[in-house]
Design a protein around this ligand. Structure first.
Ligand code: NA7
Length: 536
């Protein structure tokens, strides 16, 4: 990319699922666009998260782009749930197939983006001091990309190596013969623990909050099923777009308590056997009625007690302080079974909190655990973290950090009042993290691209959400959350509760994908209600 090309129509930050498709759409509009990407390759989440067992919780055939019929017909998935290397291969293929790399600047981290109101342009500066200007500034930075490493005293003194799962060394890590500690039992820890246990001499898991988990039942993608999917893609995609969370299956219409206990048990057993996130769809009201949810939560608690042989360990693993699926529910391969191994120990750090990390291990109030390697599966500063990691300044030099001091405010999760021509793909206030991501991403990207096309067709140069529309959307996001049980999980990253000092605001839109997409479409069709559009 030469000097002259630094003045662009649009700059996109991030080359994951979002950034790649955004670039493709912008090019289609004839815009001069570039993607700035901190990593040395495409893939975003799937570039960074290379920890053992890293796998998607959506099934491969629908955790994929739908925008190009040839692409979805030609790509062959090998497993029901795609592992990280396979998803990365897919995104590399997409980058090549649509010749995207020539407009992606790798190894480039954006430090600052400031809106120059007089010029009507965004001015970006990278950590290397490079500068770009563009009319449109589009963040495609992901929701779960700012690693949350707990501030435990003594970490610097640890003589072994430590890792965060979201920043995994590309050369891999060999745990053979070593004593390994894993902190965290969210989706990531639950995927990594069984795989690390296979390798390590001894694994100690430090658990703060016990979690529910459903078996994934992963397996090879059978040729017949692959064929069926490819022949049926049109209907599959239609179902995804009409759904609450972007998966191609319907949620049952029956309330959990509308059937006998015996029938309910049979439904849960079948869902458990089938595996995966679909368990949540077993009844209509698992996320809206506490009584209904209790039946699912109890079923899952009983499964843990059944699988884990040592009763004391089983009791530690039984979740008590949040209803099922109010925190993002993990799916697993042999997670609870792993605690039946002699070389795996579970430490409940609520009972015996972590005091410090020493040169040789980790000390709790009860004992010191000698460790050679330490893995933090401690999650992310979700949704706002990656945006606030950049110094973003809107009209009048006001920073996004100041504006969001009490929690994020957006209109539709797509724009922020006071930050004209800035679009946030999968931003806070959008449903994305509660959905199958690519479904949300395609909807966001298409909406943004259509909005830019609309401005250009009419010779307009600026679009900005109004404070009023933003306030009303914020209230609606809050209302939608409280119509569900999701706010009941006090330690959830949905609420920002996993990061010390982060404002407790329910971050995603819980009103469902289809309702959200409909609202976005209505806003566009109404001539961008809630936005101010200005001519030069
Ligand atoms: P999560 O779901 O945020 O899980 C992080 C885990 O780490 C969770 O068990 C936390 O306990 C634990 N944690 C965090 N900080 C600490 C400290 N200081 N001490 C002990 N334990 C701690 O992140 P994941 O990476 O697993 O998953 C993120 C998303 O990626 C997932 O939802 C999918 O969408 C994919 P807590 O529950 O906060 O008590």
């Amino acid at each position: 990319m030469g000097e002259a090309e630094r003045d662009l129509d649009a700059v996109v930050v991030g080359a994951g699922f979002s950034g790649l498709y955004m670039l493709h759409r912008l090019r289609g509009l004839g815009l001069r666009a570039a993607v700035l990407e901190a990593g040395d390759g495409v893939g975003g989440t799937w570039y960074w998260n290379r920890y053992p067992g890293a796998r998607c919780d959506s099934e491969s055939y629908y955790y994929s782009y739908s925008f190009d019929e040839d692409l979805q017909q030609e790509w062959e998935w090998s497993e029901r749930y795609p592992g990280q290397p396979e998803i990365l291969r897919y995104l590399d293929h997409v980058a090549d197939r649509f010749d995207l790399r020539r407009d992606i600047r790798f190894g480039t981290r954006v430090a600052e983006a400031a809106f120059d109101a007089d010029a009507g342009r965004w001015r970006l500066r990278t950590t290397d001091g490079e500068r770009f200007t563009a009319r449109f500034f589009i963040t495609a930075v992901g929701c779960l990309s700012a690693a949350n490493v707990p501030d435990i005293p003594g970490l610097d003194s640890f003589r072994g190596r430590w890792f965060h799962t979201g920043r995994w060394p590309h050369e891999g890590v060999d745990f053979t013969g070593l004593r390994v500690g894993v902190v965290g039992t969210g989706s990531t820890g639950i995927q990594a623990i069984p795989v690390i246990a296979e390798q390590a001499r001894h694994l100690t898991v430090f658990q703060r909050t016990a979690n529910y988990s459903i078996p994934a039942r992963n397996g090879p993608m059978e040729a017949a099923f692959q064929r069926e999917v490819k022949d049926g893609y049109e209907a599959i995609r239609r179902t995804q777009r009409a759904s609450t969370n972007g998966h191609p299956f319907d949620v049952s219409e029956r309330p959990a308590l509308s059937v006998s206990e015996e029938e309910r048990r049979a439904v849960y057993e079948a869902a458990w056997e089938r595996g995966g996130l679909r368990f949540r769809a077993a009844f209509a009201d698992l996320l809206t009625s506490k009584e209904a949810n209790d039946t699912a939560s109890e079923f899952l608690r009983a499964k843990i007690r059944e699988i884990v042989r040592d009763p004391a360990t089983a009791e530690k693993l039984v979740p008590r302080d949040h209803p099922f699926a109010t925190k993002r529910p993990p799916i697993d391969t042999d997670y609870f079974e792993t605690y039946n191994r002699d070389d795996v120990t579970l430490v409940d750090v609520r009972e015996t909190p972590i005091v410090e990390i020493t040169a040789d291990g980790l000390r709790t109030t009860a004992e010191t655990h000698a460790l050679d390697r330490l893995v933090f599966a401690t999650g992310f500063d979700a949704l706002t973290g990656p945006l606030l990691a950049m110094d973003i300044r809107g009209t009048g030099g006001r920073t996004l950090r100041e504006k969001w001091a009490e929690g994020p405010r957006t209109y539709l999760g797509l724009q922020v009042a006071g930050f004209p021509n800035m679009f946030t793909i999968t931003g806070p206030g959008s449903p994305s993290v509660l959905t199958n991501m690519p479904t949300s991403i395609e909807q966001h990207v298409d909406w943004i691209a259509d909005c830019i096309a609309h401005l250009r067709e009419r010779g307009l140069e600026r679009i900005e959400a109004t404070e009023e529309a933003e306030r009303a959307w914020g209230e609606h996001v809050e209302e939608a959350a409280h119509a569900t049980l999701l706010p009941l999980a006090a330690t959830s990253w949905y609420l920002g509760a996993n990061v010390p000092g982060k404002p407790r605001v329910f971050l995603p839109y819980a009103g469902g994908f289809a309702a959200y997409a409909r609202r976005c479409a209505e806003v566009a069709e109404s001539g961008y209600e809630g936005f101010i559009r200005t001519a030069p």
